[in-house]
Design a protein around this ligand. Sequence first.
Ligand code: ATP
Ligand code: MG
Length: 267
Amino acid sequence: MGKVISVFVPKGGVGKTTTSVNLAASLAVAEKKTLLIDVDPFGSSAIALGFTQDKIKAGISEVFNYTRSLSFAIHKTELDYLDFVPSNINSIQHDEKFTKTSDNRVILKNALKDLREQYDFIVIDCPPLFRGITANALTASDSVLIPIKCGHLSLEAVDKLFNYLNWIKENSNPKLEVEGIIFTMYEKGSKVTEISEREMNLRYKDYLFDIVIPSSNLLNEATFYGKPLCLYKIDSEGAIAYLELAYKILKNNSSKMITSENISTNE
Ligand code: ATP
Ligand code: MG
């Protein structure tokens, strides 16, 4: 049964979409069957994967409106092992309706029930807000991966997030775990980096990955070509960092995962 990981922190522009897209692509490169679901009304993951509106037959909003099944909204990508459910919101009115229906926190969890068997990993790109859509994603997830950009405001967002995760655990998903915290847009040697690292180590040492995602313009550049960085420049520092993150997550979950490979070796 596939592991569901939400990529979330209640702060905008910290690398949630970049991490969701590049982690999902890196898991797919490792031949793990992966589904990336975008639940952010801005739909940035679609742009990062080169999907224009005309290529989208249905998306997550139809799932929340009960007009389409989640499996109907699945799109194939350039990577054999990566499938994608876009967020196809294109009007504010639609966004409001989407947000309202998502107040029912179990819509996504129920929609995923039949699909989890088909994937090794399901990665969910969340919006930066505490609201219905995010509560839905966290209720449907086994864990949350927290990307943070070095800087004081991001650290405050992590404190708020941990309070929110406790609320989700008490109200709709007692089994929710923290996959880990990963520094993004990391600039080695800067004062802000040094302070952020010190603070994070004091408060959240047990959750911190021992690798970081470096600041790299190529991660931004690749989105203009609609590609994850591993398909644009696989030998770049950024692509390697996301492959390493995928490897760490695979390693941390290896004992819990039941994949087609270890089913056949057990027989
Ligand atoms: P939002 O909350 O608005 O959805 P987000 O948290 O999803 O934002 P991204 O869209 O992933 O953040 O990233 C914000 C910007 O930073 C984008 O332009 C992206 O290309 C850039 N970016 C992300 N990661 C890096 C990195 N490691 N190095 C340099 N630029 C990056
Ligand atoms: Mg985003």
